[in-house]
Design a protein around this ligand. Structure first.
Ligand code: FES
Length: 242
Protein backbone atom coordinates (compact mmCIF):
# COMPACT_ATOMS: atom_id res chain seq x y z
CA UNK A 1 0.00 0.00 0.00
CA UNK A 2 2.81 2.37 0.88
CA UNK A 3 4.06 2.36 -2.72
CA UNK A 4 0.71 3.64 -3.90
CA UNK A 5 0.53 6.53 -1.48
CA UNK A 6 0.75 10.02 -2.94
CA UNK A 7 2.06 13.24 -1.49
CA UNK A 8 -0.98 15.46 -0.95
CA UNK A 9 0.18 18.34 1.22
CA UNK A 10 3.20 19.88 2.86
CA UNK A 11 3.09 19.60 6.64
CA UNK A 12 2.91 23.36 7.15
CA UNK A 13 0.00 23.53 4.70
CA UNK A 14 -2.27 21.98 7.31
CA UNK A 15 -2.18 23.68 10.68
CA UNK A 16 -4.39 22.23 13.43
CA UNK A 17 -8.04 22.38 12.36
CA UNK A 18 -7.25 22.97 8.67
CA UNK A 19 -8.51 20.93 5.74
CA UNK A 20 -7.59 20.55 2.09
CA UNK A 21 -9.60 19.29 -0.87
CA UNK A 22 -7.76 16.57 -2.77
CA UNK A 23 -8.45 13.75 -5.23
CA UNK A 24 -7.51 10.16 -4.51
CA UNK A 25 -7.84 7.86 -7.53
CA UNK A 26 -10.22 10.43 -9.05
CA UNK A 27 -12.41 10.39 -5.94
CA UNK A 28 -12.98 13.84 -4.37
CA UNK A 29 -11.62 13.69 -0.85
CA UNK A 30 -10.92 15.85 2.13
CA UNK A 31 -7.68 15.82 4.10
CA UNK A 32 -8.34 17.09 7.62
CA UNK A 33 -6.05 17.75 10.56
CA UNK A 34 -7.54 17.41 14.04
CA UNK A 35 -4.98 18.13 16.77
CA UNK A 36 -2.00 15.96 15.73
CA UNK A 37 -4.01 13.46 13.70
CA UNK A 38 -4.73 13.50 9.99
CA UNK A 39 -7.79 11.98 8.34
CA UNK A 40 -8.68 11.55 4.69
CA UNK A 41 -12.32 10.94 3.83
CA UNK A 42 -14.46 10.84 0.72
CA UNK A 43 -15.87 14.32 0.17
CA UNK A 44 -19.34 13.16 -0.85
CA UNK A 45 -22.16 12.60 1.62
CA UNK A 46 -23.61 9.11 1.20
CA UNK A 47 -27.13 10.43 1.80
CA UNK A 48 -27.57 12.62 -1.24
CA UNK A 49 -24.21 13.57 -2.67
CA UNK A 50 -23.57 16.86 -0.89
CA UNK A 51 -19.85 17.73 -0.59
CA UNK A 52 -18.72 17.58 3.03
CA UNK A 53 -16.06 20.21 2.31
CA UNK A 54 -17.44 22.85 4.67
CA UNK A 55 -19.01 20.51 7.20
CA UNK A 56 -18.21 21.24 10.84
CA UNK A 57 -15.88 18.79 12.56
CA UNK A 58 -16.37 17.95 16.20
CA UNK A 59 -15.49 15.01 18.43
CA UNK A 60 -13.96 13.04 15.56
CA UNK A 61 -17.01 13.42 13.34
CA UNK A 62 -17.89 15.59 10.35
CA UNK A 63 -21.43 16.87 9.81
CA UNK A 64 -22.96 17.16 6.36
CA UNK A 65 -23.99 20.80 5.88
CA UNK A 66 -27.14 19.85 3.95
CA UNK A 67 -29.28 17.61 6.20
CA UNK A 68 -27.01 17.05 9.17
CA UNK A 69 -25.81 13.44 8.78
CA UNK A 70 -22.60 12.83 10.74
CA UNK A 71 -19.73 10.53 9.79
CA UNK A 72 -16.90 9.13 11.89
CA UNK A 73 -13.61 10.47 10.49
CA UNK A 74 -11.73 7.23 11.25
CA UNK A 75 -14.15 4.67 9.87
CA UNK A 76 -16.51 6.63 7.59
CA UNK A 77 -19.41 5.10 9.48
CA UNK A 78 -22.66 7.11 9.48
CA UNK A 79 -23.41 8.17 13.06
CA UNK A 80 -26.91 9.56 12.54
CA UNK A 81 -29.69 9.80 10.02
CA UNK A 82 -30.46 10.61 7.32
CA UNK A 83 -27.30 8.85 6.08
CA UNK A 84 -27.42 5.07 6.28
CA UNK A 85 -24.29 4.15 4.30
CA UNK A 86 -20.65 4.84 5.13
CA UNK A 87 -18.36 7.15 3.21
CA UNK A 88 -14.93 5.92 2.15
CA UNK A 89 -11.85 6.61 4.21
CA UNK A 90 -8.25 6.61 3.03
CA UNK A 91 -4.97 5.67 4.67
CA UNK A 92 -2.87 8.65 5.74
CA UNK A 93 0.82 8.81 6.52
CA UNK A 94 2.82 11.79 7.69
CA UNK A 95 6.41 11.63 6.43
CA UNK A 96 9.31 14.03 6.72
CA UNK A 97 8.46 15.68 3.38
CA UNK A 98 4.70 15.90 3.79
CA UNK A 99 1.39 14.14 4.18
CA UNK A 100 0.71 11.11 2.00
CA UNK A 101 -2.68 9.63 1.29
CA UNK A 102 -3.25 6.08 0.15
CA UNK A 103 -5.91 4.33 -1.89
CA UNK A 104 -9.55 4.00 -1.00
CA UNK A 105 -10.26 1.74 1.93
CA UNK A 106 -13.47 -0.09 2.66
CA UNK A 107 -15.34 2.06 5.18
CA UNK A 108 -16.14 -0.47 7.85
CA UNK A 109 -15.12 -1.37 11.35
CA UNK A 110 -12.58 -3.84 10.02
CA UNK A 111 -10.96 -1.19 7.85
CA UNK A 112 -10.46 1.02 10.87
CA UNK A 113 -7.34 -0.95 11.67
CA UNK A 114 -5.94 -0.11 8.25
CA UNK A 115 -6.49 3.63 8.64
CA UNK A 116 -3.11 4.94 9.62
CA UNK A 117 -3.64 8.26 11.30
CA UNK A 118 -0.29 9.71 12.19
CA UNK A 119 1.23 11.87 14.86
CA UNK A 120 3.81 14.50 13.99
CA UNK A 121 6.60 14.57 16.55
CA UNK A 122 9.29 17.18 16.06
CA UNK A 123 9.34 16.73 12.31
CA UNK A 124 9.68 12.94 12.47
CA UNK A 125 7.09 10.41 11.42
CA UNK A 126 5.40 8.14 13.90
CA UNK A 127 2.59 5.95 12.60
CA UNK A 128 -0.08 5.59 15.23
CA UNK A 129 -0.88 1.95 14.58
CA UNK A 130 -1.82 1.42 18.22
CA UNK A 131 -4.31 4.24 17.83
CA UNK A 132 -5.90 2.58 14.81
CA UNK A 133 -6.10 -0.74 16.62
CA UNK A 134 -7.90 0.95 19.49
CA UNK A 135 -10.42 2.35 17.00
CA UNK A 136 -11.02 -1.12 15.60
CA UNK A 137 -11.55 -2.57 19.08
CA UNK A 138 -13.99 0.22 19.90
CA UNK A 139 -15.95 -0.41 16.69
CA UNK A 140 -16.17 -4.12 17.49
CA UNK A 141 -17.27 -3.40 21.05
CA UNK A 142 -20.04 -1.16 19.76
CA UNK A 143 -21.12 -3.69 17.17
CA UNK A 144 -23.51 -5.55 19.49
CA UNK A 145 -26.50 -3.95 17.76
CA UNK A 146 -26.24 -3.83 14.03
CA UNK A 147 -27.16 -0.39 12.64
CA UNK A 148 -27.63 -1.92 9.20
CA UNK A 149 -30.21 -4.37 10.55
CA UNK A 150 -32.14 -1.51 12.16
CA UNK A 151 -32.20 0.48 8.94
CA UNK A 152 -33.13 -2.59 6.90
CA UNK A 153 -35.98 -3.30 9.29
CA UNK A 154 -37.26 0.27 9.00
CA UNK A 155 -37.19 -0.04 5.22
CA UNK A 156 -40.03 -2.55 5.59
CA UNK A 157 -42.29 0.25 6.81
CA UNK A 158 -44.04 1.83 3.85
CA UNK A 159 -45.82 5.18 3.87
CA UNK A 160 -49.23 4.06 2.53
CA UNK A 161 -49.90 7.38 0.83
CA UNK A 162 -46.65 7.63 -1.13
CA UNK A 163 -45.87 3.88 -1.22
CA UNK A 164 -42.23 4.52 -0.33
CA UNK A 165 -40.41 3.25 2.73
CA UNK A 166 -39.82 5.66 5.60
CA UNK A 167 -36.01 5.48 5.37
CA UNK A 168 -35.86 6.51 1.71
CA UNK A 169 -38.49 9.17 2.37
CA UNK A 170 -36.11 10.69 4.91
CA UNK A 171 -38.58 10.42 7.78
CA UNK A 172 -36.09 8.81 10.19
CA UNK A 173 -33.97 11.45 11.93
CA UNK A 174 -32.04 9.51 14.57
CA UNK A 175 -31.39 5.94 15.67
CA UNK A 176 -30.21 5.28 19.21
CA UNK A 177 -29.76 1.83 20.62
CA UNK A 178 -28.73 0.24 23.85
CA UNK A 179 -28.43 -3.39 24.81
CA UNK A 180 -32.06 -4.43 24.33
CA UNK A 181 -33.70 -1.18 23.44
CA UNK A 182 -33.97 1.00 20.34
CA UNK A 183 -35.22 4.55 20.15
CA UNK A 184 -36.05 6.18 16.84
CA UNK A 185 -36.65 9.87 16.31
CA UNK A 186 -38.76 10.30 13.22
CA UNK A 187 -41.16 12.67 11.56
CA UNK A 188 -44.11 12.52 9.18
CA UNK A 189 -44.53 14.19 5.81
CA UNK A 190 -47.05 16.53 7.49
CA UNK A 191 -48.29 16.99 11.07
CA UNK A 192 -51.77 15.95 9.93
CA UNK A 193 -50.61 12.81 8.10
CA UNK A 194 -53.52 10.38 8.55
CA UNK A 195 -51.16 7.40 8.21
CA UNK A 196 -49.06 8.55 11.18
CA UNK A 197 -50.37 6.11 13.81
CA UNK A 198 -50.06 3.19 11.37
CA UNK A 199 -46.48 4.10 10.42
CA UNK A 200 -45.44 4.45 14.07
CA UNK A 201 -47.03 1.13 15.00
CA UNK A 202 -45.36 -0.68 12.10
CA UNK A 203 -41.96 0.81 12.89
CA UNK A 204 -42.25 -0.35 16.49
CA UNK A 205 -43.34 -3.82 15.38
CA UNK A 206 -40.50 -4.42 12.88
CA UNK A 207 -37.88 -3.21 15.37
CA UNK A 208 -39.16 -5.39 18.18
CA UNK A 209 -38.81 -8.39 15.89
CA UNK A 210 -35.04 -7.86 15.68
CA UNK A 211 -33.05 -10.47 17.60
CA UNK A 212 -32.21 -9.34 21.13
CA UNK A 213 -34.46 -6.27 21.05
CA UNK A 214 -37.12 -6.15 23.75
CA UNK A 215 -38.42 -2.64 23.34
CA UNK A 216 -38.57 -0.05 20.57
CA UNK A 217 -39.67 3.50 21.24
CA UNK A 218 -40.72 5.74 18.39
CA UNK A 219 -40.49 9.43 19.15
CA UNK A 220 -42.33 11.67 16.69
CA UNK A 221 -40.94 15.13 16.09
CA UNK A 222 -41.93 17.89 13.71
CA UNK A 223 -38.68 19.76 14.19
CA UNK A 224 -37.14 20.16 11.75
CA UNK A 225 -40.18 19.68 9.51
CA UNK A 226 -39.87 17.14 6.72
CA UNK A 227 -39.10 18.54 3.26
CA UNK A 228 -38.91 16.63 -0.04
CA UNK A 229 -35.16 17.20 -0.29
CA UNK A 230 -34.71 14.70 2.54
CA UNK A 231 -35.68 11.90 0.15
CA UNK A 232 -33.07 9.70 -1.47
CA UNK A 233 -32.58 9.75 -5.23
CA UNK A 234 -34.38 6.40 -5.42
CA UNK A 235 -37.44 7.81 -3.67
CA UNK A 236 -37.42 10.87 -5.90
CA UNK A 237 -37.18 8.63 -8.97
CA UNK A 238 -40.16 6.61 -7.79
CA UNK A 239 -42.19 9.77 -7.33
CA UNK A 240 -41.01 11.26 -10.61
CA UNK A 241 -39.34 14.22 -8.89
CA UNK A 242 -36.01 15.43 -10.29
S1 FES B 1 -26.89 15.16 1.61
FE1 FES B 1 -25.79 14.90 3.44
S2 FES B 1 -27.28 14.52 4.92
FE2 FES B 1 -28.40 14.73 3.11
Amino acid sequence: MTAMMELMAAIDELPVGARKSIFVDDVPALLIRVADEYFAIEDVCSHDGQPLTDGPVQAGQITCPRHGARFDLRTGKPMCMPATSPISVFAVECRADGIYVGPKESASASSAAAVASTVVTSGTTQTASSNASAVAREAQANGDVDDGAIIDALRQVIDPELMINIVDLGLVYAVNHGEKKIQIDMTLTSPACPAGPQIVQQAKMVLEKLPGIEEAQIKLTMSPPWTPDRMTDEARDQLGIF
